[in-house]
Design a protein around this ligand. Sequence first.
Ligand code: 5GP
Ligand code: MN
Length: 342
Amino acid sequence: MRHLSREAVRALQAELQKHQEIVLLIHHNPDGDALGSALALSMYLEQKGHQCCIISPNDFPDFLQWMPGIGKVRLAHKETDFCTRKIREAGFLFCLDLNQSKRVSLLQTALEQSKAYKALIDHHIDPSDIFDFTYSVTEETSSTCELVYRLIACHFNDADKITKEMAECLYTGIVTDTGSFSYHCDNVSTFETAGKLMELHINGEQIHRNIYDTYSESRVRLLGFCLSERMVVLDDYATSYIYLTKEDLQRFHFKQGDTEGIVNYGLSMKSVHFTAFFTERDGHIRISFRSKADFDVNAYARAHFNGGGHRNAAGGEFHESMEKAIALFRSTLDQYKNQLLP
Ligand code: 5GP
Ligand code: MN
């Protein structure tokens, strides 16, 4: 199939055979795609006789707690020495759903200095060149989970090794990265992959409920608060933004994952083409960007907020106050006015 030559696949397989233990590393604040791709790939590798260690820089949201195999994931913010050592001493390292080493936050130095053979599977724009093997597809691809499916089924010719549990993991990543099949999925391959996973008798409706219908009351009220008290619409720029301070988060008993998806509401107005969502974290401001059509938030996040991602969904960060982050955001809009207004 597309984007991987037979030689590249053979080289990857030959390298894999040299290593009994495989370390799989995913990005900070892992989402359904990062976890789903790592869990499914590890289950495949274990069938092939490898031992796997999945490492996440920090904790995952409660709504992914049900995922098959999730108990195996080691959390670097809790077991920092163990995880750092695993990465430094690894012989073979898979990085999943990330394009830059800074996406693994506290593990960045360990990743960069590791002598391991490093293989990347990812769908973000402009992957870093630190990898020995890169399977990066940004077009006509929903998610890293879709790429893991293609790697196993098409490139390794091992479709029969995809179990129901692996299918549940891969389907989760496709659902969460496409907002339940509403963006990043206008292509045949994504639906074909989802169809193949359905053939394994997964319960798509239950998976959807596990992800989207398990909020706490305070999470739902936080959403209401964002929309009524913290959303600003700038009609002159077809832009909106939402911001949450530390105090706001405390008031609503914030837990990781609670702000997931809120950014999309800022884009749900007909007149808005660009939106940003600012949340105050420990010592920095985290920002999510979303856009419609041609406005490129990957380029925007790279230019102004030390971030990146995809054309219509990206993230970034800012290491000063919320006021300054918002002021900077507002001050950049004028230069994009022509692109933003119809
Ligand atoms: P989110 O806003 O949901 O956190 O992220 C949107 C998309 O941009 C995701 O695909 C995410 O992986 C990517 N992304 C978020 N933050 C960053 C960042 O700081 N750098 C890069 N390169 N990508 C990011
Ligand atoms: Mn992803």
